[in-house]
Design a protein around this ligand. Sequence first.
Ligand code: ARG
Ligand code: ZN
Length: 880
Amino acid sequence: MKNVQVNAIHLKDYIAPSFLVNHVDLEFILEPKKTIVTSWLKLTRNPDVGGPLVLDGDELRLLSIKVDGKLLETSKYAQDNSSLTVDGLPDTCVLEIKTEIDPALNTQLEGLYLSGGNFCTQCEAEGFRRITFYPDRPDVMATYTVTMHADLKSHPVLLSNGNLIDQGVGKNGKHWARWHDPFPKPCYLFALVAGDLACYEDSYHSGSGQDVALKIFVEHGNEDKCAYAMDALKRSMRWDEERFGLEYDLSIFNIVAVSDFNMGAMENKSLNIFNSKCVLASSDTATDLEFERIEAIVAHEYFHNWTGNRVTCRDWFQLSLKEGLTVYRDQEFTSDMRSAPVKRIQDVRTLRARQFPEDAGPLSHPIRPETYIEINNFYTATIYEKGAEVIRMMQEILGRDGFRKGVDLYFERHDNQAVTCEDFVVAMEDANDVDLKHFRLWYSQAGTPEVDTTWSYDEVNKSFTLNLTQYTPVAHGQEGKRPLHIPMTVGLVGRDGKDLPLILEGEEGKQGETSKTLRFDQEQQSFTFISVDQCPVPSINRNFSSPIKLSTTYSDDDLRFLMENDSDAFSRWDASQNYATRLVLRMVKTIQEGTELEYDSNYAQALARNIADETLDPAFLAQMLSLPSIDYVAEQMQVADFAAVDQARTFLKAGIARELYEQFLELYMCGKENTAYSPDAVSAGKRAIRNVALGFLGTLKNDPKGLDLIVGQYEVSDNMTDRMAALTLLASMEGEVGEKALKSFEQRYSHDTLVMDKWFAVQAISKIPDTLGQVKNLLTHPAFSYKNPNKVRALIGSFTGANPAKFHADNGEGYRFLADSIIHLNGINPQVASRLLSPLGGWRRMDGNHQKMMKAELQRILDTENLSKDVFEVASKSLA
Ligand code: ARG
Ligand code: ZN
């Protein structure tokens, strides 16, 4: 490591700010290469805390400082490369600071930058300090008035938070606008946009009778791709009123879509800024999954208006306070809009694919971390998705009404405050008169708990005993794990496939329940159900009531039985995943031993009975028929062998395809609809099952019929979902048929940058022999740019993160390619660079040869000059 200043921040060091800011006046003279920012901060000394005023600043050119209108002598302040310290200020004053910044040079996309010639901002977490000197911490909340001056012709739209209060035309082709946000907010929620944008408008009439103007601003030519996001926004607003009693609080709500954005979107007060990928959709350009994602992200950002903006975080260690809670809220929204079981299954897939590995690896951290070097590295699956699971468990424990009471009390107590995760839990406790002391451990303890279960049936006493043992493996730096309070929902399935009534020993009073949430809070616990008149198969952790890894003593027969009978849709699906994982792992062993692979048809037969069950929702059936990913199966091995898992999984898939050939053909043919495309969940479910069927047919080599269907679908489909499903299959086929489809797709969509991302990604995840060579060639394609995060993620990220068998190639070329990419991106955009890194952190789970190569690449990254804090933190923790 060279030239890195390592400075870890610790939760235990928190101290309140020495000065509070009552109001901020900002003025921007916007020019691409030279923007002048003047701020007037109305300051009050915090009586509880002493010390000078310390303002954060990053890559700013200080022009002048004035206190109450008088120029401050240079001896009264001190500046280094990250702060400005002013001593001897009166208890209240107005501090005026003038700075110069260069938005055109800002390739980090944090602070004020240009995207397609338009000015925009991203301030979370610490981007505001790249705009002006400020106490850049979320517990400093102020009202803002913002005046912007820009060129009228090139930047006719001027936006900031709150309400437009004045505007005018100035000299030399300039114009200006002034916005005022009446709600006190931390600076990470500040936003500004100045550009030449088209506007898609609508309005919303709230439950209490307020009218809200809704506007989505996009680059010209994209107006026809806003309708779905707008509809999702209106449904979110309605849903939040109905489910949580939360109404919008201003008469205007703006969304701006930009092409260059580090993450998905940002909840700036009344001026959400989105990655255009998370807004723009039409049947010809977006897949069903993308429609669903847009709906969820629009909702997520909108929901932040209460969970995040009205009540915000005291410090960044509390990030999950707003993110976990808001993810939980958007998940609930989606399950109300679409299918609840399918949503739950998708979320668990994501959790298992992204959060479980993170929590088992070198970057493991609790949902409320205790230390960080670069906060941007902590926008993780743990903070977001595990955070949401922790909220969900509380709602499981307290019930929906109890949870709602807790949320109500939380807002009653903390509106307009910057608070902690603890405050949220206390509100839950106080509103319900319960003690969640033990439960809190979920906030501070990292790692995924592993729960072992055994059970026994007592024929004589007609009782069934479930024995649970929990253990949380030691993740990085956290010894001495304690048992957690795990809400464990279980059911007992009788021989006829129906749930048996549950009577827990000692709780004879309650009757009629067939699912029960057990309080499992010790290392070992047994639960006995009485009056169980036959030996059942237990269904455990129904609806994934807790984010754990479950290990059971199910026989193959038990799993097939649950696959066909469990009344809990999630557990039914999980039994299927479990079974398939088992089969693939058995085959991996055979491959490693060098013996002949054998195909076991029992799994396919259980799937066939699901296909034959006409009561099943097609979207759910599509999930039942989707095999666990290569990553997920490899994750279950002591030493991961991606090549063998890939081979075994493909073998299983082809076996199923051969065995259920007729069923898949029928699913494909019968699901065909002649109506125009609609992105709704029911229509999407029908497409999903057809495309799953097509995927099975596509695994059969030398099957001209399957190939014809795929090519035919690619050529005639009227929507991106079907076209992309076919292209994905074709792109993995060697020779002309794949190349031809890719060429035609490129020609058709070369004008549409978001669709081109899909074209890059589909080639990066291809199974053709030289995928990496293809990816490297595409780096010089005119549509590719290292400066655009979507492009980097589509091409480089898809190869290194979503094509494990290729990435882990025995010659180490995949690793070298990733390290080269990170080193290059480090100088352009550290956040994007550091997010790409995680696959290299998995070296501990590889064999010695792969380990050596991966560690060497991590070391090479660490030896790079001018390494950013972002990359340094992830690379050094990955290697440690
Ligand atoms: N608060 C945003 C969201 O979850 C995420 C923004 C994070 N951006 C960043 N650069 N760390 O919706
Ligand atoms: Zn969020």
